[in-house]
Design a binder for this molecule. Structure first.
Ligand code: ATR
Length: 277
């Protein structure tokens, strides 16, 4: 299997570690390589990767949207999201997928089996690419109420409007969300706030949450953000961001190879790796 990742910068990516582990676990030969490239070389790089007869590759920042014109086909999630994180090469044809949203839901359900059933009321903080993927995947789970809060409220409204069928969703300011936290069962933090090196910041205060709320943060560096620390002090149930990273990779690997993997068998080693970098 010839696999890889295209993006910039990617030198510190954990994807090679995850995919090389997956190759080993499934006793497959091959390698997962980094194809780091700056914007002006992106088109050449895609051609280069294709010419190498690669089986599949991941796409990350800043190319998840930019890769679309090079693809021959898109799956439903990638089409809706307008963004691709996984490409499978079949007889020279490039097929685009997006496993971020389903990876997120899988990591959440792994930890809390009841997290996204129909009765749940969900709040997503942020309205960027990550929020979009998660919103899409949670709508697919049949969750009844999903509100979006964002610094730029118009972007939250735009995302809701793109899901015309999901009319019960509301767009909120971060302040409005903070003032009404008790009504949510699950709060998902998708903004870049709290990410190293600005790890002392949080997007909203959690003083209004109730005890059984699940608080989820997709930031994984640091693993326990200040947002999650505050949630823990309030007695909330915590969900960490690194699980999404592992699960989106497992889905990508499955798309390329047909092999499925139980994430729990890799989680301990992955956490160890994450702490060491
Ligand atoms: P990603 O693909 O990781 O979602 P993105 O598309 O750039 O990245 O989205 C970043 C999100 O973090 C947005 O919701 C952004 O809010 P705006 O839409 O108002 O820009 C949010 N964000 C980034 N910095 C923030 C800050 N300092 N305070 C609040 N929200 C912030």
């Amino acid at each position: 299997m010839k696999l890889g990742l295209i993006g910039y910068p990617i030198a510190h990516s954990l994807s090679p570690w995850i995919h090389n582990q997956l190759l080993d676990r499934h006793e497959m030969t091959g390698a997962y390589q980094l194809y780091e490239c700056e914007t002006d070389r992106f088109a050449n790089k895609v051609e280069e990767i294709k010419a190498e007869n690669i089986n599949g590759f991941n796409v990350t920042v800043p190319y998840k949207e930019q890769v679309l014109p090079y693809l021959d086909e898109l799956d439903e999630a990638a089409r809706f999201l307008g963004a691709v994180n996984t490409v499978k090469v079949v007889n020279g044809r490039l097929i685009g997928y997006n496993t971020d949203g389903i990876g997120y839901v899988a990591s959440l359900v792994d930890r809390y089996a009841d997290a996204v059933d129909r009765s749940k009321r969900v709040l997503i903080l942020g309205s960027g690419g990550a929020a979009r993927g998660i919103f899409h995947a949670i709508v697919k789970q049949g969750v009844g109420k999903i509100d979006l809060a964002n610094r730029t409220i118009e972007k939250a409204q735009k995302l809701i409007d793109d899901f015309a069928a999901h009319s019960v969703s509301e767009a909120l300011s971060l302040q409005e969300a903070e003032d009404n936290l008790a009504q949510y069962d699950l709060i998902i933090q998708t903004t870049s706030v709290g990410m190293a090196p600005n790890q002392e910041q949080t997007p909203i205060s959690l003083s209004g949450i109730t005890k059984d709320t699940i608080v989820s943060d997709i930031v994984y560096r640091p693993m326990k953000t200040d947002f999650l620390k505050e949630a823990e002090e309030k007695g909330a149930r915590l969900h960490y961001g690194h699980g999404m990273l592992l699960h989106q990779a497992i889905y990508a690997f499955q798309i390329w190879t047909g092999k499925s993997t139980d994430a729990s068998v890799m989680m301990e080693a992955f956490e160890h790796k994450l702490k060491g970098v």
